[in-house]
Structures are given as structure tokens and as C-alpha cells.
Design a protein around this ligand. Sequence first.
Ligand SMILES: *Cc1c(COP(=O)(O)O)cnc(C)c1O
Length: 355
Amino acid sequence: MSTLWSQLARDISPYVPGEQPRIANLVKLNTNENPFGPSPKVTEAILAAAGDMLRLYPDPQSTRLREALASYHKVEPEQVFVGNGSDEVLAHAFAALLKQSEPVRFPDVTYSFYPIYCRLLEIDHEVVPLDVEMRVRVDDYVGRTGPVIIANPNAPTGIALPRTEIERLAGARAEAAVVIDEAYVDFGAESAVSLIQKFPNLLVVQTMSKSRALAGLRVGYAIGDAGLVDALTRVKDSFNSYPLGLPAQAGAIASLNDEAYFLQTRSAVIRNREDLTTELVRFGFEILPSSANFVFARHPRHSGRTLSAALRERAVLVRHFDAPRISEFLRISIGSVTDHIRLTEALSEILGGIE
Ligand SMILES: *Cc1c(COP(=O)(O)O)cnc(C)c1O
């Protein structure tokens, strides 16, 4: 640790993303990337944006993209905020909405970035345990005051709450912000976007990284009451006026305009998830019910750490979290049919065939 470091740099413990190694012939099922790639129209739009216009700063408010998102989600552009990946949008939501005199509450098992933002931004937080089936119990939140953030579907469990439960949560605490992180919603959960007209305290965060295969472009957004969006914009304009470059804005709009490609690849991911689940059950895995583009699986006789290491030796990467309650699980991203063949071949070697 350098004496040149600030107290802040010393105190924080940064998020550790899934590794992006360069291994030949790698089957990469560790960061929930989309196996199908973006729509070809996205690539065309990005190439078209990569010309002389790059001399100029992009539109700081990403107006055209916000209009496109508003029309796609049937809201007003004033109700849409965009950022450099939803991680950035979430960070701004913590600073703009969730930093209050009362602690922000979120589940003990959830996206591990939330406590890291709390540390960075000096936000008091309280974790609320999932129940024994690893589900979020909305009753644990409704009787309390103070802000809340929940991922729906939750990560890394993949388990989703129905929209009626989000409605109950948002309605129970009109005085505090409720942020719903819908990074995986397109793979089978109900979005809360339609509730934002009714609940001025509800902010719904989505990303183009997973269901639109644009993790490398960094486009995330939030939808909520114009008052909430104003708060996020004030924080953003105090940090980085131009979070989205011109190619990112153009590519994101092109993705929204290719609904057929979106629906087709999303269905393929869901189909592969169902097939992979069947296959893993044959190997003896227990799997939580997933509404996401990954499954959270545990083997009754093999530890999560050993299995993930044995898979890595066979150039198959999955995610293992060395954390309380989940250290026996593997989070396996949904890949292509070929990826899954390689995974099941490796599992056959490790586990000695199907039980
Ligand atoms: C992947 C993920 C995000 C962030 O995605 P971006 O690529 O930054 O848009 C946010 N929340 C959860 C729960 C995620 O899994």
C-alpha cells in the first residue's frame, strides 16, 4: 500500500469481476455474456458512427437513445436515464437516491457490487437474509422504512419475484426509493417498468449487456419518475458529462430497432437454459429455478470450489463465489449448444459419467 494513497483508496475493497483470460479453446460460462452476439444491424450502426463525427463530443444527454428507449418501453424521455453500463447507473442511484439517514436494505445474497458502492459512497446498509429456499421475502422489507435495492431476477440465484410483489414493496414505502435491478429480466421475469407511472419512488434499472449481447458497448439505463431521473442526472453531471460515446448511442438504438433478432436470440438462450438444466440434473446437480441467463447449481457430493477448479483445468470457466451460503454453488452462464457439449464432456470426466 502506497503512502500516496488516499484514505478512500485504502479503505475500499473493489468488485472482482469474472476473469477474462486468454486461454485457447476456452468455454467461457463465467460472466453471463450472451453466446449469440449482437444484431448485425448494431455492428453496421457502430461502423457508420465511426467517422469524422468522432471529432465532436457526443450528445451529453443521449437524447436520441433516451427517446428510442422511451418509445420502446412506452414511457416519456424525461423518465429515462442512460449510463456507461448499468453498473454506472446503479452507482449514481446509490449516490442520488439510496444514500439516506436510514440504511439501504438489500438481500444477503445478491449482486456483490451493492455493498461495494455503499463503502465507496459511505452509505449505511443492512442486509436482509434470503429465506431457506434462497428467495427474497418481500414481507421482510414492507414493514420497514428506508430505501431498498433488489435485483429481480436476483443474482446469482436467478430466482425472480412476480410483478405483484414489486408492486407491494413499492406501495408500502412511498417515502423511500425502491430500486429494482432488472439486468436479467428479459430471460423470463416480469418487468416492473409498467409500475413507474403509479409509484414515483420506483426506479427500474436495465442493461443491454446480457439480453442484447452488448456487454462490450457499455449501455445501461434506468426508468422511473422524472423527479428520480433528475436526481441521477445531477449526480452524472457532477461526475462525467459524456458517459456514452457516439458509437454506443448509435449501436444501442440499432439494437432496439431489431426486435426480431432480440426475440429470436432470447428464446434460444431460454431453450438452452432448459436443456442445460435437464442435463445437469442427470449429473446429480440441484438447481435453483432460474429466470436468468445462468443457472445456480450445487452438487450434493462435490464442493463448488473443487468442481470449478476441475472445470477450469479442462478450459471450461464457470463462476464460483467464496461467500457465505453460496460457496457450494456454481453459477453457470447459458452458452451455445457447443459450449454445453464441452461442459458436459468435462463433467463426465470429473464426475465419472451420468448418475
Ligand atoms: C451484469 C449485471 C449488472 C451490470 O451490467 P452492466 O454490464 O454494467 O450493464 C448489473 N446488475 C446485475 C445484477 C448484473 O448481473
